[in-house]
Write a protein that binds this ligand. Structure first.
Ligand SMILES: *Cc1c(COP(=O)(O)O)cnc(C)c1O
Length: 483
């Protein structure tokens, strides 16, 4: 036994010890953490927004940095004793600037939504508040008269935003009513071409000319193609809009130099936001990149819209960004796209219908109506067979945003596990087999249901078995053995 213990990797020792400490206080939590590893190992994860962060990233988060308040920015804190937080925040920002070629990086946002709020308020401050202060001849809002303040508040709430429509793959935080952004901005959206499914830049230009937004936003969470950010910037310039890109989904492809030139948002946008946990493969969090013009306003994110920074997460962001600067991350990013293309081709060859006919990023949108299913039925049937996806609207979806007609599939997570192009074809076969083996079931009233379905048990068992074999050949966190 002694020799077995000495063979444990340092990562196994670290996680085992940490779990022992947790277990001594609340064993159910330690058990849940262990169970989550088992679940993640055993599921064929095609969720386009998820990934697996490295053990170094995970370990950088679990420590006493969590105990520290660090409101403010590096070297300008409202709390004493922040020198080590300054160190990690500076390193994270430095890696972000170098990796993405940005003049300024703000690494405090706790999530993608928070990063967007920071960006929106930075632009509102720069373009609405600062000019108003100038007109009033004062330096800060507290010096405005009650009347000028009332006017400014109305102006801040009366600005326009133009973003991609939800059913074309845009994100709720790009000015849609259920989100705070939709309550802040008067929003219009641009969609995709009804025949090709592709972004129609002429249409974006037409709407922008008519609507004249303060902010033109590009970025998506369910669009399987690249966006030409140079063209989008030209449109923004033409109508005097600030051009913002939310690269939450595809930041890893920018970091990994798959999206370059016109497809790299950083040189073209005034401000770029992202998550750090999707294709970028870092801890859950967000980030804002910008030029020098907006830097000071962006740095006001906390306490403007953010709670105190999370130094432990900034430490993990620094580690993840350091990883993303290594050459092997470029290999990873290239494989993510190769895998998505292979998955798309494998599905198309089996007769499946893909929105835009394929992909050139990390995700694809499968229109499941050809299988006679709703997205909800497809998602549930796939899960029964051990394949984790999520349902998603397709453009002009007849089934709405709840049932939907689509399934979104992404390759960042499986690529992190080491699956390649050959395995993607196998995965395409499994997905197709489940969908072809599923049919809608009638509801209690005998009418066809959008939620109920019948999945052939033999198909489900066969697919689950094959999926388990694929995963066993590509172990997740192979250096971690919890015993
Ligand atoms: C995921 C996503 C977000 C939100 O990120 P959270 O970290 O969940 O807040 C914002 N914008 C886009 C485009 C996204 O895909």
């Amino acid at each position: 036994m002694a020799s077995q213990v000495s063979e444990l990797s340092s990562e196994s020792v670290a996680f085992r010890s940490a779990l022992d400490v947790v277990r001594s206080v609340e064993p159910r939590v330690a058990d849940a953490i262990g169970a989550e590893l088992v679940d993640q190992r055993e599921s064929l994860k095609l969720i386009a927004s998820e990934n697996y962060a490295s053990p170094a990233v995970l370990l950088a988060m679990g420590n006493w940095f969590s105990d520290k308040y660090a409101e403010g920015t590096v070297g300008r804190r409202f709390y004493a004793g922040c020198r080590n937080v300054d160190t990690v925040e500076s390193i994270a920002a430095e890696h972000a600037r170098e990796l993405f070629g940005a003049a300024h990086a703000y690494v405090q946002p706790h999530s993608g939504i928070d990063a967007n709020l920071v960006a929106f308020w930075a632009v509102l401050a720069d373009r609405v508040e600062v000019p108003a202060l100038g007109r009033a001849g004062v330096r800060q809002v507290n010096e405005l008269t009650e009347q000028d303040w009332a006017v400014l508040r109305r102006q801040l709430g009366d600005q326009r935003m133009l973003g991609m429509s939800l059913d074309a793959g845009g994100h709720l935080t790009h000015g849609f009513r259920p989100n705070i952004s939709g309550k802040m901005f008067d929003q219009r959206s641009y969609g995709t071409d009804p025949t090709t499914g592709l972004l129609d830049y002429d249409e974006v230009r037409r709407i922008a000319r008519e609507f004249r937004p303060l902010i033109l936003i590009a970025g998506y969470s369910a669009y399987p193609r690249r966006v030409n950010f140079r063209l989008m910037r030209e449109i923004a310039d033409e109508v005097g809009a600030t051009f913002m890109v939310d690269m939450a989904h595809f930041a890893g492809l920018v970091a990994g130099k798959v999206f370059t030139g016109d497809f790299d948002p950083v040189p073209h946008a005034h401000i770029v936001t992202t998550t750090t946990h999707k294709s970028l493969r870092g801890p859950r969090g967000g980030m804002v990149l910008c030029g020098p013009e907006l830097a000071a306003q962006v740095d006001r994110g906390c306490p403007m819209v953010l709670g105190g920074p999370l130094p432990h997460v900034m430490a993990a962001k620094a580690v993840a960004l350091a990883e993303a600067r290594r050459p092997d991350f470029q290999t990873y990013a290239a494989r993510v796209v190769e895998n998505a293309v292979a998955l798309a081709e494998g599905l198309a060859r089996r007769g499946a219908s893909l929105v835009t006919g394929g992909t050139d990023n990390h995700m694809l949108l499968l229109d499941v109506s050809g299988y006679g299913l709703t997205g909800r039925q497809a998602e549930a049937a796939l899960l029964d067979a051990g394949i984790v996806t999520n349902r998603n609207s397709v453009p002009r979806d007849p089934n709405g945003a709840w049932y939907t007609s689509g399934i979104r599939l992404g390759t960042p997570a499986l690529t992190s596990r080491g699956l390649g192009v050959a395995e993607m074809d196998e995965v395409a076969g499994l997905v197709h087999a489940v969908l072809a083996g599923t049919r809608p079931d009638a509801g209690p009233d005998g009418a066809a249901s959008k939620a109920r379905y019948l999945l052939d048990r033999a198909v489900a068992d066969r697919v689950a078995g094959q999926a388990a074999d694929l995963l066993a050949n590509h172990p997740l966190y192979p250096t971690i053995d919890l015993g």
